[in-house]
Structure formats: structure tokens, C-alpha cells
Ligand binder design. Structure first.
Ligand SMILES: [Zn+2]
Ligand SMILES: [Zn+2]
Length: 216
């Protein structure tokens, strides 16, 4: 028997969260078919994806970055709450299951200095839980070779330059199909730069799976 992580009531089928608390999480009513940014009407693509094609083909997410979801992301990033990745992975599993079985999981990396400071990479921890729940392979072959400023501390127009050329791969990825995993996606510049690096290294397709999608 499991107890809900949020309200501590009993949950059915060994779930980490009860249906009531799960209903507090929401998704966008309309979103871009590629980058999943929030749209005001049911258009196919956002203005950005209409002008420049991202290096990923699709973004899947569990919920909006707000209320409970943003608390969880912050507690994982800054509060050492690694246990929360079990819940995040559980909520992401229905999205992951929409992707073909031959796609492998690959987390967005942290720079070595930040990894040492925090003790873990939150994206890797989420990917690890997803790999346990789904039996998908997990590749940890991206490195953040350039020490970048935290994107959240920069203005939107500075974020693209901040992450340019920041990543490299440690293995060849010929024809591999990749699911890039991260905790949260905002402007998408970091994720797009990772996807670009993976494509250059030979990946045939990159999809993105993030726990929470932030609207700009
Ligand atoms: Zn609950
Ligand atoms: Zn878009």
C-alpha cells in the first residue's frame, strides 16, 4: 500500500500520488505541436517554430510549471529532494509511453563544477527513474563542456548565446533515436542546443521529455 506524496491518503495500485492531488496539476489548453509552448488559440505551430525549425521534433511534458509542480522542481534542484523524481517519473510515464520503444533516454547534463556542488544531476535522476519504470536504455553521453550561467538568471535574449557550443558528446550516436530528459523547459535554448549537438553526433531524431513546461 502506498500513501499519496502530497496529502498522505492511501493511493490505489501503488501509485505515489492520489487522483485528487493529481488533478491539481494542469496542462496548456493549446500548445505548439513541436515545442509545446502555450498558445492562445488552436494553431499548429508557435511563431518561433514557424520561422526556425528546432533541432528536436517534439516536446512532451507532464504538467505546467506552476503550484505543486514548480515547488517539486525547486525542491529537487535546490533542496536535495531526489525522492521526488519517483513521482515525476510516474507522472511522465504516460507521455513516455507515446514514444516508440527504440528511443533511448538521455539526460541534459550539468557542468562538472555544478554537479560536484549539488551532488547529483536532477535530469539524470529523473531519467534513471524513467528507465527503471519503462526498461528503456539510458545513455549519459552528453557533457556540458562550457561553464554557463544559469539560464534563469539571464534575460531571454541573452540565453541563446549563453548555451551556444556548451555541449559535447562522449560516444558516437549513429542513427540513434533519443529522448532528451530534463526537469523543466522554459525558453528551450538549452534543450535545443543539446539536441543540435546530438544531431551533429549522428542522432537521427531527438524528442524532448520534460517534467514541467513553463510558459514564456
Ligand atoms: Zn493526495
Ligand atoms: Zn513552437
Amino acid at each position: 500500500m502506498n500513501y499519496c506524496f502530497v496529502c498522505r491518503n492511501k493511493t490505489s495500485q501503488n501509485k505515489t500520488i492520489c487522483e485528487g492531488c493529481k488533478s491539481l496539476l494542469s496542462r496548456f489548453q493549446f500548445q505548439c505541436k513541436v515545442c509545446a509552448t502555450e498558445l492562445q488559440t488552436d494553431n499548429n505551430l508557435c511563431g518561433h517554430c514557424q520561422t526556425v525549425s528546432p533541432n528536436f521534433s517534439e516536446v512532451l511534458y507532464a504538467c505546467k510549471y506552476e503550484s505543486l509542480a514548480s515547488d517539486w522542481v525547486l525542491s529537487l534542484k535546490f533542496g536535495q529532494n531526489i525522492a521526488i523524481t519517483r513521482l515525476m517519473a510516474e507522472l511522465l510515464l504516460p507521455e513516455l509511453n507515446k514514444i516508440d520503444d527504440d528511443y533511448v533516454l538521455l539526460p541534459v547534463p550539468l557542468h562538472q563544477s555544478r554537479l560536484i556542488k549539488r551532488g547529483y544531476n536532477q535530469a539524470y535522476e529523473i531519467a534513471l527513474e524513467l528507465s527503471r519504470l519503462s526498461n528503456r536504455k539510458l545513455f549519459n553521453s552528453l557533457r556540458r563542456s562550457k561553464k554557463t550561467q544559469m539560464q534563469a538568471q539571464l534575460k531571454l535574449n541573452q540565453r541563446n548565446a549563453n548555451v551556444k557550443g556548451a555541449f559535447s558528446v562522449t560516444t558516437e550516436l549513429k542513427q540513434s533515436k533519443i529522448i532528451l530528459v530534463d526537469d523543466v523547459m522554459t525558453s528551450g535554448y538549452t534543450i535545443n542546443e543539446c539536441a543540435k549537438t546530438l544531431k551533429i553526433a549522428g542522432a537521427s531524431d531527438v524528442k524532448v521529455l520534460v517534467f514541467a513546461r513553463k510558459s514564456l
